[in-house]
Design a protein around this ligand. Structure first.
Ligand code: HEC
Length: 213
């Protein structure tokens, strides 16, 4: 359900931005007649798109395990852009319309940056993380990383399934596929490839597989 919302949200955001770009360009090049015609034509679709944009966003927001500062800034940007756009287009004020579009794009950009900014919480110092150490156990290492970084969505037993996360107990992915999902992320799952080294990913693969029933 969350993944469906995410895809719908992305699609309506793109449509919403397209409508705003077209309107702003028409206003900027002084084609006010075309702008009025276009505005009339897209009135109903725009209402549906705006409604879906806000509803999908709000529903996802309530399901997120944590709300990051960038997300709050993004939401403020979106909400600030709405009155600016309404007034801008009504008064044919180019500056306000452009400002609104900048805010919208800024919010969109922040969302993208936010997605790529993946942080990893360090594991407890008691855990042996050196593969060369005789007492190294990938399951212990993997469990430690999992419990500090993955439980928000997957839960301690792997079956929480928050934000559209797949149940790790019933997962049938191969080692290679598990490793790829961890590195590259998928839908609401963040990509950990840049913040985890090979040993850590391998340890996680082992631990994730050990959760299977
Ligand atoms: C912000 C939420 C979130 C966090 C944090 C998260 N995941 Fe995920 N995970 C997901 C989602 C959502 C999916 C489902 C992706 C899809 O296929 O649509 C997923 C899928 C997976 C899968 C694939 C399961 C399958 O059978 O398809 C694995 C393995 C996995 N996650 C491991 C991890 C590990 C290990 C961590 C910690 C390093 C982690 N996840 C952190 C959300 C999260």
């Amino acid at each position: 359900m969350f993944t469906g919302l995410l895809h719908t949200h992305k699609l309506v955001v793109v449509l919403f931005l397209l409508i705003y770009i077209i309107k702003t360009v028409l206003l900027l090049i002084g084609k006010t007649e075309n702008l009025e015609m276009f505005t009339k034509k897209v009135k109903v679709p725009e209402m549906i798109i705006s409604f879906l944009f806000l509803v999908t966003g709000a529903v996802m927001l309530f399901q997120l395990p944590e709300i990051k500062t960038l997300l709050i800034i993004k939401i403020i940007g979106v909400f600030a852009s709405i009155p600016l756009a309404v007034i801008g287009f009504k008064k044919k004020n180019k500056l306000l319309a452009v400002l609104s579009l900048i805010l919208l794009f800024g919010a969109y950009g922040l969302a993208e940056v936010n997605k790529r900014r993946v942080a990893i919480a360090p594991v407890s110092a008691d855990v042996v993380t050196d593969e060369a150490d005789a007492s190294y156990d990938p399951l212990v290492h993997g469990k430690a990383i999992f419990e500090t970084n993955c439980v928000a969505c997957h839960g301690p037993a792997g079956d929480l399934n928050a934000v559209g996360a797949k149940n790790l107990q019933t997962s049938e992915l191969s080692d290679e596929e598990v490793s790829t999902v961890i590195r590259n992320g998928k839908n609401a799952m963040p990509p950990y490839g840049k913040v985890l080294n090979e040993t850590e990913v391998d340890a996680l693969v082992e631990y994730v597989k050990s959760m299977r029933k």
